[in-house]
Write a protein that binds this ligand. Structure first.
Ligand code: GDP
Length: 326
């Protein structure tokens, strides 16, 4: 049985990846931060299953700033594959807490690489990188060779982690890959990300709980895909004969207004009647022209993003209509 270890197992991607790996017959281990609350709602359905939790799914307490604990767990578990998904993942928040963002995302990745370097049985490593590394690129769409020009603390931290993974691959013969992911969303997306904020807002408006939604800049453009497809791409990278970096993206750019239109259309409303803006949600700097070129992933991995923006908005709004409290 293949063994995988996931950092960030309780996040959106970690929970989808856990389901995918369990389906494929893996034994799955996850690192979780010690918190006073033990609620981990994205994984609750798996914990409730006695055939899975404690048998094929195991959790271990470890923070990314605690390398001795991570080392001990890696030595004990001996995973074949390590998916490094953990880190402070909110770009807006990274302007408020830049130091801890860099500590977990940049230094946390380097610490993990250093631990792996010493292991007698090195796992294959997948690092989730981000389109934020490209910041304000000179060309669009961006591919694996596009220069990194981050414009946010989060982007700088991810650029460091991405380059470091490549350096260890080239210098120490690691089987290590960067999944350079463009925005990927789902009903499990955190509530402060704009797509989920909108899908929850639309559901609340449809239920009559409020009549408006407050956002920042509506001029944003993103390449938005559906998260379960992106974790499948990550898995494919570690099954390939050779390690490398891959862009995972739809290849299509949409404006925030397009997403608003699609989300409000699910409940038969016009977004313009319900949106207010507040400078509190506007960031000190914004990325530009981010749209990915996923051709390498298509050619080498047979991977393709299938879900379009309208379908994504429909999946998210229908979920939030059916689950008011989640
Ligand atoms: P990001 O691409 O990882 O930063 O994903 P987000 O979902 O957080 O933000 C996507 C875009 O939506 C950014 O350009 C934001 O500036 C823009 N945006 C506009 N209003 C909001 C808001 O109220 N919350 C968030 N999170 N983003 C907003």
């Amino acid at each position: 049985m293949n063994k995988a270890l996931i950092t960030g197992i309780t996040g959106q991607d970690g929970s989808y990846l856990t389901e995918l790996l369990l389906d494929k017959g893996y034994e799955v281990h996850g690192l979780v931060r010690r918190q006073s609350s033990t609620k981990r709602r994205r994984l609750d359905h798996l914990f409730a299953n006695p055939e899975i939790y404690g048998r094929r799914l195991h959790l271990h307490y470890a923070d990314l700033d605690d390398p001795t604990t991570i080392r001990r767990i890696l030595v004990a578990v001996e995973p074949d594959e390590l998916y490094h998904l953990a880190g402070q993942s909110h770009v807006g928040v990274s302007f408020e807490i830049p130091e801890s963002t860099c500590d977990t995302t940049a230094m946390g990745t380097l610490r993990l690489l250093e631990i792996i370097r010493d292991l007698p049985h090195r796992p294959r490593l997948l690092q989730t990188s981000s389109s934020e590394i490209f910041g304000r690129p000179e060309s669009a769409p961006q591919c694996e060779a596009t220069p990194h020009r981050p414009v946010t603390p989060y982007g700088v931290a991810k650029a460091f982690a991405t380059d470091m993974v490549r350096v260890y691959r080239e210098s120490f013969d690691f089987f290590a890959c960067n999944a350079i992911c463009y925005n990927h969303e789902s009903p499990r997306r955190g509530e402060s990300f704009v797509t989920r904020k909108i899908s929850r807002g639309v559901a609340a408006i449809a239920r009559g709980e409020t009549d408006h939604l407050v956002l920042g800049s509506l001029d944003a453009q993103r390449d938005w895909g559906y998260a379960p497809e992106y974790v499948a791409g990550m898995w494919r990278m570690l099954q390939h004969d050779t390690p490398g970096d891959y862009v995972l993206a739809t290849g299509r750019s949409h404006s925030l207004r397009d997403f608003l239109e699609a989300a409000f259309a699910v409940v038969g409303r016009d977004y313009e009647a319900h949106i207010q803006t507040d400078p509190r949600f506007v960031r000190p700097a914004e990325v530009h022209r981010l749209v990915g070129d996923p051709r390498k992933a298509a050619e080498h991995l047979g991977w393709k993003a299938e879900t379009d923006l309208e379908e994504l908005a429909r999946i998210m709004v229908q979920h939030d209509l059916a689950n008011p409290s989640v």
